[in-house]
Design a protein around this ligand. Structure first.
Ligand code: PLP
Length: 410
């Protein structure tokens, strides 16, 4: 039975009842009593649950320090954070044509929808096949001197994009550079935290993210003018520290609740240790997986001094598995007690939500050839950040499950 696959009625490598994966978030009664409840209580008893409560500012200061930036503004969602970062970096009020923004075709829908939300148009470009992040050469080839205004790389799965190359291109062509850091809390490019490597960074604290408050987001920047514009976007046009009924700019109400900030203040303290643990487990897991033909563990670019590991992205080749399809492999691995996914099923430009926009408003979307994105969409298998919070024994289970599938199919 031990060698019969779980999808064929055998015993799984990992019995999820007996050995569940680390939950996410890592909520415990102990943490609630000692840390979370006192922080939420402070907000509650202060009776300032929103504006002027002080916790959002405190978190902003701590997050700026953590990410090595001068300013950080809390937002209700990561999508809003991208919109606000664009509004800040490009000084967009959202009424006129905002110009074109170049984004990778391998990303979550919000990277593009936030651009459209700011009345910008989108140019989709290809990714680097090894790192799954935007390909600087494809970016430069796609620049339209009459339209392009910004480059929006995504640190996909927590792997930092090639920021030096992108910054050089941005400077050469007079473009803004904005990082989508939604999946990359704690990641470092040459020892510098993501979010500090461009005009502005946008983070998400949505429930799956490596730092979460259920929903939430953050914009980071080193530039005071951008920081002020982001603040105005978030707080009905007010200046930081400005008077309540004075609106030097036009803005919206994207103010977060103080409860959100209180929760994040506790969890931010734990982010670095968790990131280090994910990195250690990922390195160990990759050592085991690279021995298995047909599996390519995530590759790290030379500039990565710390990965964010929101995702652990493997590439699967049927050649190593008796020709069995990737979807069959994902099914088999899941049944062995190793949760996994194919991830983004197609380039974002091909997703109906975007394709319909392109059909109805062709001037809003520009596509460029993206063969690497298409291939990655066909070959990738994702494991998730919470699995990397476990023990070395948990990583051994992943390797054993993959090896078992190979033994059975080959
Ligand atoms: C790459 C990327 N960008 C943006 C977002 C949007 O963040 P949110 O869901 O908090 O709006 C997400 C996550 O959901 C994401 O993965």
């Amino acid at each position: 039975m031990a060698n019969k696959l779980a999808i064929d009625g055998g015993t799984p490598v990992r019995d999820l009842q007996a050995k569940p994966w680390s939950p996410w978030p890592l909520n415990t009664t102990e943490e609630w009593e000692s840390e979370i409840e006192p922080k939420l209580r402070e907000v509650y008893l202060s009776a300032t649950e929103g504006i002027a409560g002080g916790k959002a500012e405190e978190l902003g200061e701590k997050y700026a320090r953590y990410s090595g930036t001068n300013y950080a503004v809390l937002m209700p969602h990561g999508t809003d954070a991208i919109s606000a970062a664009l509004a800040g970096a490009l000084d967009l009020d959202g009424f006129g044509d905002g110009g074109e923004v170049i984004v990778p075709d391998y990303t979550f829908v919000a990277t593009a929808s936030a651009v459209l939300d700011r009345r910008c148009t989108v140019a989709f470009v290809d990714i680097d096949p090894d790192y799954f992040t935007i390909d600087p050469e494809a970016v430069e080839a796609a620049i339209d001197p009459n339209r392009t205004r910004a480059i929006l790389p995504v640190h996909l799965g927590g792997h930092p994009a090639d920021m030096d190359a992108l910054r050089q291109i941005a400077q050469k062509h007079g473009l803004a550079l904005i990082e989508d850091c939604a999946q990359a809390h704690g990641a470092e490019y040459q020892n510098k935290k993501v979010g500090s490597l461009s005009d502005a960074g946008a983070f998400s604290f949505q429930s799956s993210k490596n730092l979460t408050s259920g929903e939430g987001g953050m914009v980071t920047t080193n530039d005071k003018d951008i920081g002020d514009r982001v603040h105005a976007f978030m707080n009905v046009g007010r200046a930081p520290g400005g008077a309540r009924w004075e609106y030097p700019r036009l803005g919206w109400n994207y103010r977060p609740s103080e409860y959100l900030a209180a929760l994040l203040l506790v969890r931010l303290e734990k982010l670095e240790a968790q990131t280090d643990r994910r990195n250690a487990n990922a390195a160990y897991l990759s050592t085991g997986l690279e021995e298995i033909e047909g599996i390519t563990p995530p590759k790290l670019a030379p500039w990565v001094t710390k990965h964010g590991y929101h995702l652990y992205c493997i590439r699967y080749s049927p050649d190593g598995f008796g020709g069995k399809s990737r979807s069959k492999f994902v099914e088999a691995l899941s049944e062995e007690g190793i949760p996994c996914s194919i991830g983004y099923r197609s380039p974002l430009s091909q997703e109906p939500g975007i394709a319909h926009v392109a059909q109805k408003y062709p001037h809003l979307i520009r596509e460029t050839p993206c063969p690497h994105t298409e291939k990655v969409c066909q070959e990738s298998v994702w494991l998730f950040q919470n699995q990397l919070l476990g023990s070395a024994g948990d990583m051994d289970d992943v390797v054993e499950a993959v090896a078992k599938i190979q033994r059975t199919w080959c």
